[in-house]
Write a protein that binds this ligand. Structure first.
Ligand code: GLA
Ligand code: ZN
Length: 703
């Protein structure tokens, strides 16, 4: 695990010295020291500078900067500079620019602008990575590699179209198989020649020029998503392999975008190719702490629980939202520790110095346009830098054990949202977030896992809207339940196979027997038809009735027992929540998308019956999370509210030391608005510690 080898929790961020004269470089070195910066990401957008023409490479500026940083004891996360191609390349080799979903061929401009199947881009980006590796492989400042930047996009050019056909041949072998997987007898789409297949775009299968979601043929659009994620991944692999061919022990990563839930790239697949996960986190203004926590947990889940790097975050305001409020005092600190609490072993910003021109001139930075350290934002950054020095290496590599897991699957996400029907209100990530919140709001750790993750060792697995069931997955869920696991499944599950073809014989298809229910109809009620789920009797905290909507299934039990029914409409009295016992476990079915309170009650009840206790009971808005290292357990308390809070540590819990302030606490503590504690126990291991160690062993065996 890479982060375990770090000297401490790394602190710094993106630095763009190529935008600045030498005097400013000197000043930056002074300011970095003041702020406690020990890592910078360099060379992310300097391709045009590094390669002024086809044959010339000039890295002198980078040599000088690398040396200067080394003198300061600052490590470098070295970009490969390929995230924006040079203008000369686009002029001379137009294949590098993209073709958009609506068929428009782009000219030179912006960034993240290269076609993944452009021979020119592939040739020159690979060459650039190799040259950089040859030049800096022995540089003492080099810590890790940052390939490209926030990979993404969809391209619809002729090169991509040709590559798509090759990809399809590899997947299907014959056109007969492809025709049946895509259901091409519908609307007379049968293909007789591979060259008849065109990319699914606004010019072909897609229903709108703006949305890559709405398609007439889910099969081809789903395969395009898989293909495109793979194609872009192959660009990453080209550069990575070039680096590793020169430097076999290089640590290589690329930064994941959109807070980790970036739809076009299957990050579980990508994660296998990265040495460490790196996340860019820019929470929207309405993003709750729980939704942020879910994304951090997902990043941890990508590599079986390994910690990750917070590669980018913003110390204050952004520039690219319609309105960009500054981060209020304390918020940057709170959010930085939030990431650490949930598995980050590096806290990094975009950016260290605020640009003077172009798109990001108003993007917040550690060093503002004023240019000195006497600003609120700099002072707050410096405080974090100081504290992270104090924490030193204590948290590195510490994991976050959990006995429950939520399944997250990119292909399922694509398939659900490509489908015409049943409702545009069903948003995959939003449904996941509701179940996550049910754990989060109780401070119960939950892993975010992929469909390849081993289920062994979990007590509870929640698979919200498991619309697509991959080959063999139903059997794995069955084994999990038979061996004593608790499975929670929901409406719109077991509907299709991996080609988005409906499993005939009644919903929920392959999961029908395991869940012991048959869903005869799936209603997508209008807003005025919203229903309610009425509990048949109390179940833990659950009692009375709960609002529900989006989808409501008309369910017949086939061996399962109903715990709640729909309150209205023609399916009044039909089951809305069921449990089927199988082997020594049980499989629950939630036949709708109920309000949060019902899910929280249900998850609370299931955790309680499995003996899964919260990390700590805290007042609302105060998060408690645990990380466990080989020798120590760390309890994070984060007050996400704007009011002070009193937290009970438990009467027999013994004394804690706060690693940030050095203060000791026993029994209870008060936590100011937006403040943080990182507590370790002073005394010998208690029950909690033992329990955590058990979890840790389980987690290790699962890896
Ligand atoms: C992304 C990019 C950065 C920068 C930030 C601004 O995360 O990776 O280069 O543009 O956005 O928020
Ligand atoms: Zn292309």
């Amino acid at each position: 695990m890479f982060t375990k080898s770090l000297p401490k929790i790394m602190y710094g961020g993106d630095y763009n010295p190529e935008q600045w004269p030498r005097e400013i470089w000197d000043e930056d070195m002074r300011l970095f020291q003041l702020a406690g910066v020990d890592i910078v990401t360099l060379n992310v957008f300097s391709w045009a500078l590094n390669q002024p023409d086809e044959h010339t490479y000039c890295f002198e500026w980078l040599d000088e900067m690398m040396d200067r940083l080394h003198e300061q004891g600052i490590k470098v996360c070295l970009g490969t500079s390929t995230a924006a191609h040079p203008a000369w390349m686009a002029t001379r080799y137009p294949d590098v620019t993209l073709v958009e979903h609506d068929g428009r061929k782009r000219k030179f401009g912006r960034r993240h602008n290269s076609c993944p199947n452009s021979p020119t881009f592939r040739l020159y980006s690979e060459r650039m990575a190799r040259k950089l590796a040859e030049r800096y492989k022995d540089h003492p400042a080099l810590l890790l590699w940052h390939v490209n930047n926030e990979y993404g996009l969809r391209c619809y050019c002729n090169n991509c179209e040709k590559a798509f056909r090759v990809w399809l041949r590899n997947r299907y072998g014959t056109l007969e198989k492809l025709n049946s997987a895509w259901y091409t007898r519908f609307w007379g789409h049968t293909f007789y020649d591979w060259n008849e297949i065109v990319l699914p775009s606004a010019l072909s299968e897609h229903m709108s020029s703006s949305s890559p979601d709405a398609t007439a043929f889910q099969g081809i659009s789903l395969d395009y998503d898989r293909f495109n994620s793979d194609a872009i991944l192959s660009c990453y692999k080209l550069e990575r392999d070039a680096i590793k061919s020169v430097m076999p022990n290089a640590v290589v990563t690329t930064n994941f975008q959109s807070n980790g839930t970036y739809k076009p790239l299957d990050y579980f697949k990508w994660a296998k190719e990265l040495d460490v996960i790196a996340l860019d986190m820019y929470p929207a203004d309405d993003m709750t702490p729980g939704r942020m926590a879910m994304r951090y947990d997902l990043m941890r889940g990508l590599k079986g629980g390994d910690p990750f790097m917070l590669m980018e975050s913003c110390p204050t305001q952004l520039n690219w939202r319609p309105r960009n409020a500054v981060k209020r005092p304390g918020v940057n600190r709170l959010w930085s520790y939030h990431a650490v609490a949930r598995g980050a072993d590096a806290v990094m910003y975009f950016q260290l110095r605020r640009s003077l021109g172009a798109f990001e001139k108003f993007h917040g930075a550690m060093i503002d346009h004023a240019g000195h350290e006497h600003t609120r934002v700099f002072r707050e950054c410096a405080q974090i830098g100081k504290e992270l020095r104090k924490l030193n290496d204590s948290l590195l590599g510490a994991r976050s054990p959990a006995r429950a897991a939520i399944v997250f699957d990119w292909e399922n996400w694509w398939a659900i949202e490509h489908s015409s029907g049943l409702t545009v209100d069903l948003r995959y990530v939003a449904e996941i977030e509701k179940y996550y919140e049910a754990f989060y709001s109780r401070n119960i750790p939950v892993d975010m896992i992929g469909v390849e993750t081993d289920l062994e060792g979990y007590d509870i697995v929640v698979a919200p809207v498991l619309y697509m069931v991959h080959p063999g997955y139903a059997a794995r869920l069955e084994t999990f339940v038979e061996r004593g696991g608790t499975l929670v499944s929901t409406t719109f599950s077991g509907i299709v196979n991996e080609n988005d073809l409906v499993t005939p014989g009644g919903y929920p298809g392959e999961l029908r027997e395991l869940l012991g229910v048959w869903v005869e109809e799936i209603d997508a009620p209008m807003e005025h038809q919203r229903n309610r789920v009425m509990m048949s009797g109390p179940l833990g905290e659950l009692d009375g009735s709960y609002d529900c909507g989006v989808l409501c299934d008309v369910v017949h039990v086939e061996g399962a027992e109903a715990f709640a029914v729909f309150e209205r409409d023609f399916y009044q009295g039909f089951p809305a929540l069921t449990r089927n016992r199988r082997g020594s476990g049980e499989a629950w079915y939630v036949a709708t998308s109920p309000e949060q309170a019902m899910l929280s009650g249900l998850i609370g009840h299931l955790c309680e019956s499995r003996g899964i206790r919260p990390v700590l009971a805290t007042p609302a808005g105060v998060e408690a999370a645990v990380r466990v290292s080989d020798s120590q357990s760390y309890l994070f308390l984060l007050n996400h509210t704007e009011a002070d809070a009193e937290v009970q540590l438990g009467s027999d819990s013994g004394a804690y030391i706060d690693l940030l302030s050095g203060e000791s606490h026993e029994g209870s503590l008060s936590l100011q608005a937006q403040d943080v504690r990182i507590l370790t126990r002073v005394d010998s291991p208690s029950n909690l510690m033992e329990e955590l160690n058990q979890w840790k062993t389980m987690q290790e065996t699962r890896r």
